[in-house]
Design a protein around this ligand. Structure first.
Ligand SMILES: C[S@@+](CC[C@H](N)C(=O)[O-])C[C@H]1O[C@@H](n2cnc3c(N)ncnc32)[C@H](O)[C@@H]1O
Length: 424
């Protein structure tokens, strides 16, 4: 579950070094192969000299800086078909190269992609619905082409070489997709294009070997524009190493598919300031264009939810929280299609109801939470399975219940009761 993750987690102030190539050289010309690292020897056994450069074919690993073993390395995956580059320390690169997931077949995108990338006027390119998309439908699923930690340690003299190498190992298609991403960061020409590209486009990637989320670049996902009431949700599935968008409400054919880049619970003025500072645009979405009275209502609702979340930081069940208040906040979140917030609130509500021994409310909140998590992350989400198991219901039973009607209002609670009594 990706509660709380938002696109803008990588700020210019904490980005470290993320420059890049102005010219892409072929990998073979950029480095001398002088050592190999495919026999699993611990990195401490390697002799690093200032000019040491390293190649491995399976998978291809290029050690681009070498003075300290912890410094940044590149890993191109999968072997001989480099559609992903991972930048990390040597220790991590060795670990990553051994992930089982590279041996498994690559996850397939939806067979009939419901989106198209096209001109979005002043916004540049954008993602649009090719056909009507249902709530909870998987819109796009893809692996990142470029993943790096937030702070990349590179010797200043070697930055250009290093960042040239990061792209040089990729397939032509993957290179082209990175180079076609928008760069909203001025003044990055000196170190190359990719620094600004990461700042403008990065989405959070969960790495199986660390709690840290890494910035990742995706060919299609990064083409989606922002809306303060987005109709799609980004999540990252660590088991398949894929980023996904799901529709959080029905999207009509031709409508733009949008995600939230910033904290959607912040008031309008704050959202606009952040979008302007980081992404260099003034947001003119429908929520930002609300007349003053309605804008104030929208801000109040969002701030109230944010304040409840703040109080959840000290306790899962905040002091003084009541079922009535949580229900009201869920309703507000649903009215504004803030589905991620609605799902977190519903989970909080179910905890509260359980504490109070209120079985009916526990059931209602659990189903409500499942319904929203399904919209955010799809039926195969681990969070859906966890919530379903709390009810003692199978995913099939749940699907039967929830697919009778997508809005939470039309959930068939009678049927749930029936199934629950059957499973007891
Ligand atoms: C991740 S890119 C999105 C794809 C981009 N539009 C493109 O052409 O590749 C982010 C950039 O898109 C533009 N953008 C995104 N959402 C926007 C919006 N709601 N209004 C205006 N520009 C937007 C801004 O230039 C922003 O820096």
């Amino acid at each position: 579950m990706v509660f709380g993750m938002k696109r803008g987690f990588l700020k210019p102030s904490d980005r470290g070094d993320s420059p890049a190539p102005s010219k892409i050289k072929s990998t073979a010309n950029a480095f001398d192969a002088s050592s190999r690292l495919n026999d699993g020897r611990p990195q401490s056994q390697f002799q690093f000299s200032e000019t040491c450069r390293l190649y491995c074919e399976n998978p291809l690993i290029v050690l681009a800086d070498y003075r300290r073993p912890s410094q940044s390395c590149l890993l191109f995956l999968p072997p001989k078909n480099a559609d992903i580059v991972v930048v990390d320390s040597l220790e991590s690169v060795v670990t990553i190269s051994k992930w089982q997931l590279w041996k498994e077949p690559r996850p397939a995108p939806p067979p009939d992609p419901p989106f198209v990338i096209q001109n979005a006027g002043e916004k540049g390119h954008g993602m649009f619905a090719r056909r009507p998309i249902a709530r909870g439908e998987l819109i796009v699923l893809e692996r990142p082409v470029y993943v790096s930690p937030r702070i990349v340690e590179v010797n200043p003299d070697q930055k250009k070489v290093f960042y040239n190498a990061t792209l040089a190992g990729l397939s032509r298609t993957a290179q082209t997709s990175i180079l076609s991403l928008h760069n909203a960061e001025p003044g990055t020409e000196d170190v190359g294009h990719i620094r600004g590209v990461i700042l403008t486009n990065a989405l959070a990637v969960r790495m199986p070997h660390t709690e840290e989320r890494y910035p990742g670049l995706f060919p299609h996902l990064c083409k989606a524009n922002h809306d303060c009431t987005p109709n799609a949700h980004y999540s990252f599935c660590v088991h398949t190493f894929t980023g996904r968008f799901h529709a959080v409400r029905p999207i009509p054919e031709g409508k733009e598919i949008t995600i939230g880049y910033t904290d959607l619970l912040a008031p309008r003025i704050q959202r606009q300031e952040e979008l302007s500072a980081r992404y260099k645009f003034g947001c003119a979405c429908a929520t930002c264009r609300l007349p003053p009275v309605l804008a104030a209502v929208s801000d109040t609702k969002r701030l109230s939810i944010a304040s409840y979340f703040e109080s959840m930081k000290t306790s899962n069940i905040p002091q003084g929280a009541s079922l009535a208040r949580v229900k009201e906040l869920v309703r507000w979140a649903e009215e504004d299609y803030l589905i991620e917030a609605a799902s977190i609130l519903a989970i909080s509500g179910l905890r509260l109801a359980r504490r109070d021994g209120d079985q009916t409310e526990t059931l209602m909140f659990t189903v409500n939470a499942i319904n929203h998590v399904r919209a955010l992350e799809g039926n195969d989400s681990a969070s859906v399975a966890t919530l379903a198991s709390r009810l003692g219901l199978s995913i099939q039973d749940l699907t039967l219940i929830l697919d009778k009607g997508s809005p939470s209002a039309s959930i068939d609670y009678g049927l749930i009761q029936q199934l629950l009594s059957k499973s007891e």
